[in-house]
Design a binder for this molecule. Structure first.
Ligand code: SAM
Ligand code: SF4
Length: 342
């Protein structure tokens, strides 16, 4: 049986917020662009940021170095779709070198569409783990839910990642009532048969979408768990991969089944992370707008790492206690998930 990766031990860090939470995990949204238009993430017509407003790869590399010097031990590259950004491999190679300076884990979240051609290079660059979004195993439904994606390309991408030597791949599935809730168990079976982990995610109210009413589409983690328990034995674990998922094991298999439940099981008390948006806003909480404009610091004071560090450390003072998503959209966050970096 494979040994699951444990959460890396946090290094000494000045990144501690008012509530005593240590921040040692940062997620970079490296582009707001994407080759898919998932119905829960984007509206059909999206306006993307002008290039000049998006952080350059060099700025992202500098942020990576700075966060690691401040004690961050885990960086997740996400988006938008990170693998559609031109020259993105260069950034992975730069960030990969930070493993010699204290970075324990460089990880990636992707829709999988480009993995077939990139998996081997990502492995060589030092990416430790990959999360791949997969909400359905039905090609026509996949097309409807992503509006643009091809299921087979993602399945080939998963196989390519396995072949490249990625040991623990995790699927992320956003479950929507009436769209794909009837596939909860078949997605788990697919994960188990292929030696993958899987996390089920409750949809969060980010950005205006025009596909469905989020209250009506809500399908809780408890409902998902009940569906799974009709077919599998789920043994609770205290395992963590450093993110918000609560994990279960299916005895006799290698797979872990996780639940990311922002509505039904708030995970804010154990929050250890911050995000940098595609525009360089340091977002202190996924579900609040408290932020600091790091792009301004980077561009007003080029090369001044001390100033950048001061801005990041000072930002800890405004990290909020947590999110308060409400179904019904009243507290919906106007920014879309592709800017935010899920
Ligand atoms: N494009 C990549 C992907 O799809 O994996 C990375 C970016 S995507 C924004 C990161 C994760 O956020 C995906 O697993 C996606 O399913 C999830 N996501 C997007 N919009 C969401 C929403 N409104 N609620 C919950 N999860 C969402
Ligand atoms: Fe693109 Fe990922 Fe958003 Fe889907 S969830 S539209 S793949 S950024």
């Amino acid at each position: 049986m494979q040994v699951p990766p444990r959460e890396s031990k946090p290094a000494a860090t000045p990144l501690i917020d008012r509530f005593g939470r240590r921040v040692h995990y940062v997620r970079f949204s490296v582009t707001d662009r994407c080759d898919f238009r998932c119905v829960y993430c984007m509206s059909e017509r999206m306006t993307f940021l002008p290039r000049a407003r998006v952080l350059t790869l060099e700025e992202l590399a500098m942020l990576g170095r700075t966060f690691v010097e401040l004690g961050a031990s885990k960086i997740r590259v996400t988006g938008g779709e990170p693998l559609v950004r031109r020259n993105i491999l260069w950034l992975f190679q730069e960030l990969g070198q930070l493993r010699e300076r204290g970075l324990a884990e460089l990880v990636l979240t992707t829709n999988g569409s480009q993995l077939e051609r990139m998996a081997a290079d990502l492995k060589a660059a030092g990416v430790a783990r990959i999360n791949i979004s997969l909400d359905t195993l039905d090609p026509a439904r996949f097309r409807r839910m992503t509006r643009a994606g091809e299921l087979d390309a993602v399945l080939r991408g998963i196989r390519a990642a396995r072949a490249a030597g990625f040991q623990r791949l995790k699927l992320n599935a956003v479950i929507l009532k009436g769209r794909n809730h009837d596939e909860v168990t078949s997605l788990a079976r697919f994960a188990i048969e292929n030696g993958l982990d899987i996390s089920y995610i409750e949809e969060m109210p980010f950005g205006a979408i025009n596909d469905h009413d989020r209250t009506e589409a809500y399908y809780s983690s408890d409902a998902i768990r009940a569906d799974l328990e009709g077919v599998f034995v789920l043994a609770p674990t205290t395992e963590s991969t450093g993110g918000p998922a609560r994990y279960y094991r299916v005895p006799g298999t290698d797979s872990r089944i996780g639940f990311i439940s922002p509505h039904s099981h708030n995970f804010c008390d154990a929050c250890n992370r911050v995000r940098v948006s595609a525009e360089g806003r340091l977002l202190l909480c996924l579900g609040q707008e408290h932020s600091v404009d790091l792009r301004h610091v980077l561009r007003a004071h080029p090369g001044d790492r001390e100033r950048l560090k001061q801005a990041i450390v000072a930002a800890m003072a405004i990290k909020p206690r947590g999110h308060d998503f409400l179904l019904g959209g009243q507290t919906a966050i106007p920014r879309h998930m592709n800017h935010t970096g899920g």
